[in-house]
Design a protein around this ligand. Structure first.
Ligand code: TNX
Length: 743
């Protein structure tokens, strides 16, 4: 039997125009259908109306290890001493290939924007003799030195040995020390990078700082340096001095592997992709109504039953499920740590728990339970049943059940033991008062928090946990998700959290929820099948992710309270890593900049926004070369990037085949034209071929091919120029060598 959910009238309700409250457009299954239902998501003909309320809230308390409080970054970005002067004939992009003559080097385009950058003259070129050198006093830097070499070896094909000792000319040196220029240097994450034509020196007070500098070095190199296979080069970096440190220590990405199972390998790829932009927290949403994803010893049913499915898509009732073993979880934690990323595990409670309830409701013979585990169920349905739709707000664990606490404390004990980071996230979002009253909810949070503390972790939860009746000790962390700003009613969760002495991670859904749809109508490749729209009825594009300030979004919540920013890729509609990447990138790069770079006026049309778009555009080729799927948003002035290959002509002077690779984000191959100057006074058009963009995948890198027959043996300086509507043309130079046989 279905009961209807009364919408709360508490001040904790979020109210937006056109909705009665809560998350607009979300409706609990069985909830009253009325004006609060705003044309929900529709996919495969299925209605996706969702619940609308914001439940009562509650909080928890915590231990003291907190990432260093944010510090407003000081120091201004210096305008580059000179901008790039592309070499002959090249409008933009990277010139490449032996014979380029002048290795024209674009101005550094770094995301997130460094605190200070001054470009110098000339460039440093990596060679097969380049080494990565750590001075004897900096041995703790050897791991990061190995990371740098590991990043650069595949594309360069150079050996890049990692050695302890004194650098020679052209080496890359990593030093642990204090350059004295890093301001407050929160968390030791700052670095100073000096590139001259003769050497590169990276200095930081900690390995994490060096690692951040390594990510910047990668962006100083041509985009092809991200390729997993050898590329022609040349591998030049502009002379530059960069002094850099983060605004916030917590720069997070949350992935929901509960709504759609993702294997550890997918999450590990995502870790590498996000770490490249200085993201340093991986929040794992491990459990929700549709799935429980981690083995818990003593409760095998949690995964055997709770892990069997995922949200149904494409007309299916249920998609395939899955779960991680504890060994796999530990491996992901270790992989994250290797990328200087902290894992925050989350098992949501007391709501979003249908998978736990479905698993344990019938676990009558489990010796850890009392034989009557049915009493954990405070959901709308009794007995409970599976619901693999996107519905929310119908499940709750009962605070009064001893079994509830046996199950949860076992989960918390095992997860915290496997997670070296400071936080455990107990969830706490969206529990309708029809399931648990305000005081039941508060007592639930007040009971769970000490369990988390007792296992040595600081409590983190959605900001709902700051609600009436909760008692979070100072230092607990509230993640603010409401799409509300200023002093509108929805912001009460953040202000109340601050009043209770909590720290804030900013994740306002209309800026940071990476599962929200992009702006429809902006490009033919906005995916109709991916994403929800409750927080972004008109879509949220790069501008939404970039155009806000965590330290002033909510009146009364400032950088004294805010420890960071998090993007969240919720899993209802994303079924694999390719889908995840398409929603995460490029918006995560905007969030990375908001979290790392000094505060700026980031409104549309502002110099900061224009500068960001230019720097973001330069990431397109880099993401493509690294095999990262992304949405080629029309807001971004994507640049064409090309690299050419040296060519050897056949015995009779004939050339036929690929001469260059082109990154042209969002462009279909037919829209790109290529002209090849063969260097003997002849021009022909080139063929541009490859995989075009689709509504869920960026296009592939294109091959540019051509054919020609030379009249005389010799060495020719050729060039290929590629053009596409709205983009500056790009020229890549290459040599063609024709040596007739016997010479
Ligand atoms: C909100 S707000 C959620 C998730 C959904 C997501 C979909 C909050 C803490 N939770 O349960 O998956 O919206 O956009």
């Amino acid at each position: 039997m279905r009961r209807t959910t009364a919408l709360t009238s508490s001040p904790w309700s979020l109210r937006r125009p056109g909705s009665l409250g809560g998350r607009p457009g979300r409706r609990a299954r069985g909830a009253a259908q009325g004006p609060q239902v705003r044309g929900g998501q529709s996919r495969g003909g299925q209605s996706r109306r969702r619940g609308a309320w914001l439940a009562t809230l509650a909080a928890a308390c915590c231990l003291a290890w907190v990432l260093p409080a944010s510090a407003a970054a000081q120091g201004a970005m210096l305008t580059p001493a000179r901008s790039a002067t592309p070499a002959r004939g090249a409008a933009r992009g990277v010139l490449a290939g032996p014979g380029a003559g002048n290795a024209g080097q674009a101005a550094p385009q770094i995301v997130p924007k460094p605190v200070s950058m001054i470009t110098g003259h000339g460039h440093l070129t990596l060679t097969p003799r380049t080494r990565v050198v750590v001075p004897p006093g900096s041995r703790a830097a050897l791991g990061v030195a190995a990371d740098l070499a590991g990043y650069l070896r595949p594309a360069t094909g150079y050996p890049l040995p990692v050695v302890t000792g004194r650098p020679r000319g052209g080496d890359l040196e990593l030093v642990l020390g204090n350059p004295g220029t890093l301001g407050k240097n929160p968390g030791g994450e700052g670095y100073q990078l000096d590139v001259t034509p003769g050497a590169l020196t990276l200095e930081a007070t900690t390995p994490h700082g060096l690692y951040n500098g390594v990510q910047t070095i990668r962006q100083l190199l041509p985009p092809w340096s991200s390729s997993p296979v050898a590329q022609p080069g040349p591998w030049t970096m502009p002379a530059v001095r960069i002094t850099d440190y983060p605004r916030y220590a917590y720069r997070g990405l949350m992935i929901d592997i509960a709504r759609h199972y993702e294997p550890p390998s997918a999450v590990e790829r995502l870790i590498g992709q996000a770490a490249a932009y200085k993201i340093d927290v991986l929040h794992l949403h491990l459990s929700d109504d549709q799935g429980f994803r981690i083995v818990i010893n003593g409760f095998p049913r949690l995964t055997a039953i709770g892990g069997q499915g995922s949200v149904g898509t494409d007309g299916r009732t249920m998609d395939p499920g899955g779960y991680w073993t504890q060994a796999q979880y530990r491996a992901v934690v270790a992989d994250a740590a290797a990328h200087f990323m902290t894992v925050v595990p989350e098992v949501d409670s007391p709501g979003h728990d249908n998978a736990i309830i479905m698993s344990e409701y019938g676990d009558t013979s489990n010796p850890l339970l009392n034989g009557h585990p049915q009493d954990i169920n405070c959901s709308r349905y009794n007995p409970p049943h599976w619901d693999y739709s996107e519905d929310v707000g119908y499940s709750a664990l009962c605070p009064g059940s001893q079994n509830t606490w046996t199950i949860l404390s076992t989960i918390i004990r095992q997860l915290t033991a496997m997670s070296p980071g400071p936080y455990y996230d107990l969830g706490g979002d969206e529990v309708p008062p029809a399931l648990l009253s305000q005081s039941q909810y508060a007592s639930f949070i007040n009971e769970e928090a000490p369990i988390v503390n007792g296992d040595g972790k600081t409590v983190m939860g959605w900001a709902d946990i700051a609600g009436p009746g909760t008692r979070p000790p100072a230092g607990s962390v509230a993640e603010y998700w409401q799409p509300a700003s200023g002093s509108s009613p929805g912001t009460v969760t953040a202000t109340e959290a601050v009043r209770k002495g909590m720290k804030i991670v900013m994740a306002p859904a209309d800026h940071t929820y990476l599962d929200q749809k992009y702006v429809a109508g902006q490009a033919g490749n906005v995916p109709p099948t991916l994403g929800l729209s409750w927080a972004c009825p008109d879509g949220c594009d790069v501008s939404a992710a970039y155009g806000w300030d965590p330290g002033s979004l909510v009146t009364g919540v400032t950088d004294r309270d805010v420890i960071g920013v998090e993007g969240a890729i919720w899993g209802e509609t994303v079924v694999n890593l390719s889908n995840v990447d398409y929603m995460v990138f490029p918006r995560l790069l905007a969030l990375a900049e908001v979290a790392w770079s000094p505060d700026a006026t980031r409104t549309p049309g502002s110099p900061a926004y224009r500068g960001f778009l230019t720097r973001l555009a330069a990431q397109g080729g880099r993401l493509m070369a690294g095999g990262v799927n992304f949405y080629p948003s029309k807001q971004v002035p994507w640049t064409l990037e090309a690299e050419a290959f040296p060519v050897t002509a056949g015995a009779r002077g004939q050339v036929s085949g690929r001469v260059a690779t082109l990154a042209a984000p969002g462009y279909a191959p037919g829209t790109v034209s290529a002209v090849i100057d063969w260097g003997d006074g002849t021009h022909t058009s080139g063929a541009v071929t490859g995989t075009p963009p689709t509504p869920t995948a960026v296009n592939g890198l294109y091959a540019v091919s051509g054919g020609h027959t030379y009249a005389h043996p010799g060495v020719y300086h050729a060039a290929v120029t590629m053009s596409a509507p709205g983009a500056a043309p790009v020229t890549a130079r290459f040599t063609v060598v024709w040596r007739p046989p016997g010479r």
